[in-house]
Design a protein around this ligand. Structure first.
Ligand code: HPA
Length: 267
């Protein structure tokens, strides 16, 4: 708790008490959304006390404070993954910080492998629910001042926000898919048998992020909205490739940015 408060204090000092309403986590290849932000402050992770520092290619390590559609936002350009060797407490540390800075909603994005065979590469999937196959970030003593010991996970991805996203996408002509995100540790992409297994247990897309951050946000009562960019289709014959994941993320990023911007305007 002390670590979280120290980071919050440093951020408040560096941003003249900028109070963001919306937190945004940008996934692999999706950092381009930053161009949609009227940036007021940019803080590198290394300059924030207790913040881990990102190591993956394509992930810059900055917290960006600014405005989107006239609303105050804080965006993470670069996130932390369990496969990098961080603890789950480190992976979710920035969410604790953003929540204590006062965000009222968390937007998360990621690159994911399509499991659902009706999905195409480049599709945007609104996350309707998740299956957690990572260690739970809430394991350990509960910080009761932050949330309950046994948090409810119904409506984990706010149905009210999803309904707004659907209306916006119809208006803007953005094709959407909907589905369940399976969160794995990585860093291996899945075997064909694992893809079939994830399909059998009800998954539509699989990736190596998002679930820990959403669990922690829900622990603190913050409503969440999540979008996956389908960068490859696991049940096809193609191989997983990090460069391709980044490229497909970039291409779909423009549509995702439009969806996020309009949603932020309306929530
Ligand atoms: N599996 C896991 N994570 C991913 C994938 C995948 O196929 N594609 C992009 N991120």
């Amino acid at each position: 708790m002390e670590h979280i408060l120290k980071a919050c204090d440093a951020i408040k000092n560096a941003t003249n008490n900028f109070a963001p309403e919306v937190g945004i986590i940008l996934g692999t290849g999706l950092g381009g959304f930053v161009d949609s932000i009227d940036v007021k402050y940019r803080l590198e992770y290394k300059d924030i006390p207790n913040m881990p520092v990102s190591t993956v290619e394509g992930h810059k390590g900055c917290l960006i404070f600014g405005e989107v559609a006239g609303r105050k936002v804080v965006a993470m350009q670069g996130r932390f993954h369990y496969y990098e060797g961080y603890t789950m407490k480190q992976v979710t540390f920035p969410v604790r910080v953003m929540a204590l800075l006062g965000i009222k909603t968390l937007f998360v994005s990621n690159a994911a492998g399509g499991i659902n065979t009706s999905f195409c590469v480049g599709d945007l999937m609104i996350i309707t629910d998740h299956i957690n196959l990572l260690p739970n970030p809430l394991i350990g003593p509960n910080m009761a001042e932050l949330g309950p010991r046994f948090p409810d996970m119904h409506d984990c991805y706010s149905s009210a926000i999803r309904a707004k996203a659907t209306a916006i996408a119809e208006r803007e002509g953005i094709k959407l898919q909907y589905g369940v995100y399976v969160g794995t540790t990585g860093p291996t992409f899945e075997t064909q048998a694992e893809y079939r297994y994830f399909k059998a247990i009800g998954g539509d897309a699989v990736g190596m992020s998002t679930v820990p951050e959403v669990i922690v946000a829900r622990h603190m009562g913050v409503p969440c909205f999540g979008v996956s960019v389908v960068t490859n289709c696991g049940l096809s014959d193609e191989k997983g490739d990090h460069e391709d994941v980044q490229l497909q993320g970039k291409k779909a990023g423009e549509r995702m940015a439009r969806l996020f911007t309009e949603l932020i305007r309306e929530i």
